[in-house]
Design a binder for this molecule. Sequence first.
Ligand SMILES: [Zn+2]
Length: 209
Amino acid sequence: MMKTASGATFDTVVPAGEPWMGTVVRGQRLRIVDLEGNQAVDTLFYNARDTAEHYSAQNTIQAQRGIYLTTGTVLLSNRGRPMLHIEEDTCGRHDTLGGACSAESNTVRYALEKRSMHNCRDSFLLALATHEQGLTKRDLPSNINFFMNVPVTPEGQLRFADGVSAAGRHVQLRALMDTLVLISNCPQLNNPCNAYNPTPIRVMTWESA
Ligand SMILES: [Zn+2]
C-alpha cells in the first residue's frame, strides 16, 4: 500500500553522491525511492545493538537460492538471522554481487586518472567515522546495490548493465530487528548503471501499521 509522505516518521532527500546513516527499529518500514531513475543505492545493514552482526550476501543468496533481491527476499545476517524483509519492490531487480565502487576498482575498471573521483567505499567510511561505536573499514562487508542491474552471463561473468529502474520506483523493507542503515548514494560517473548521472534519492521510515 502506498503511504503518504505525511504519515512518515522520517523523510529526507539524500543528494547524489552523498552518504546517509540512520536507524530503523524492529517493525518499522524503510522506503528508498529512486527519484529520477537508475540510481545505484549502495547499502549496508547492521544490528543496531551489536554492529558485529551485519547483512550477509552469502547467507541471503544461499537461503533464497537466488542472486537477485526483490519482493519476498529476507535479508539475513552473518549470524544467519533475519534482518529485514523486502515487502514492496516496484523496480524488480537489486544487485548483491557487484559490491561498492572504490578508488581502486575505479582505476582497474576505468582508468588510472579516475582514482581521485568520489566513490562509495569512501562515502561509507566517511559516514562510519561519525558513528559513536567507532566503526571503520573493518566493518565494511559486501553491500547491496539497490536499483542496480548486474546480470550474470551464461559464462558466469558479471555485467554492469543499463539500469532497469525508473523515476519514482521504490523498494520498501520492514525491519525484523533494530537496524542501522548505511547508504552511499553512489557518485559513480563511469558506470552505465546510472547513465553516468548520479541523482538524488528519498529515504522514508514509518511505524509499523
Ligand atoms: Zn558507487
